[in-house]
Design a protein around this ligand. Sequence first.
Ligand SMILES: [Zn+2]
Length: 216
Amino acid sequence: MIIQPILDIHTHHPAPCPGAVVCVTPEEFNPLEGQLYSVGIHPWSTLDDISEDTWAQLEQAAAHPQVVAIGECGIDLVKGGPLYRQMQVMKRQIELSESLGKPLVVHCVHAHDIIIGLKKDLQPVQNWAVHGFRGKPTVAKMLTDKGIWLSFGDKYNDSSVREVPAGMLLAETDESDLPISDIITRLSVLVGRDLTKEIEKDSRLFLGLDKPTLSD
Ligand SMILES: [Zn+2]
């Protein structure tokens, strides 16, 4: 599979999206040749128990070679099902991420302490990135100190972008109509250096695309 440079770690725009990881639900997963995907169960989908059929669909999709990350999954204290179910659903996706060796794209709304707690308890080996990060610099520091990457879209706290150590910053379009190049240009102006090459390199590192495989 030929992989173009990845700049957009998380988009909900429909495939084909060259240079992006398209995020879909297990039901939506229908891979288009050459497109990279992430697949997961969103915390907003936890109003009811997740059926075993959906889990089976997720597990099958997640194992597909074009799926390079699990998610978005996570914790949302403003919207979604009860916290106990959100945590069950996230934990099962963490296990999937670990067993398949694919990183985790995390949705986190007012729940950074829970995300940090889960990471501390479960000690995952795979990379985690909180996507669409809009929190304050103190929260950005807490997450990056724990080894959690941050991805920025079209809205963010300027000081938080500056707080992210080099090598842990990713970019995304999510649902925005702004092109990823515009988002990266704006982030570059904020940090005072051109981030394009860094984000290209770090997206591959985050996704583990440079890991040697048995076929190499
Ligand atoms: Zn999203």
